[in-house]
Design a protein around this ligand. Sequence first.
Ligand code: DC
Length: 219
Amino acid sequence: MIIAVDGPAGSGKGTVTKRIEKEIGFFNLDTGATYRCVALETLRKGITLDDTEKIIEIANNIDIKIEKTENKEIILLNNEDVSKEIRTKEVTAIVSQISSIILVREKMVEVQRKLAKGKNVIVEGRDIGTVVFPNADIKIYLDASEEVRAKRRYEENIENGIDTTYEEVLENVRMRDYNDMHKKVGALKKAEDAIVIDSTDLKIEEVVEKIKDTISQNR
Ligand code: DC
């Protein structure tokens, strides 16, 4: 069974899918992490964003695995645990542009399908219900206002010891929204058959309950 959860940065996808994963025992596939791995490797190799050929080469040659530990998933890039490194603000600042490169997307979609193969999965991203798994059993589109999403990311950063200001996060959210919605391929958009949940005024628990209700109605 495949549950697709799409939506913009900070809409709550990560938090709610992790909760649901724990409760129903599905494998949580965070597809943003695959693009973040390509972005991290690009930074590590000192490659500039205009060198798309080298970035595509990175995407084609890196090995990305997701391993389930007792209470969370860890992201392995060439067998190194990079779960923390892929969330730094340096990676966040360039990942949207990295994910706009069409051949990078083609490769990552292949990687994502492989990671999900043969499992019951709850997959979060931007183009899951439209491109990666257009035949997903359940499609959710999670949204929230720009300000609320920035506030959530800001608080998450503080919790994780990442030094940013709210204004900086808001600007990054706006920039990524623009890039994510205007991509030539794999742009963020609601699948026609997706159920929309606006989480602006909802608590995490309320969103989780709504999604769980939808799952039990469709199982
Ligand atoms: O969900 P996230 O913030 O970790 O995603 C990182 C970036 O990757 C984000 O700017 C959009 C992009 N992305 C994408 O283009 N397609 C996906 N399925 C998932 C993420």
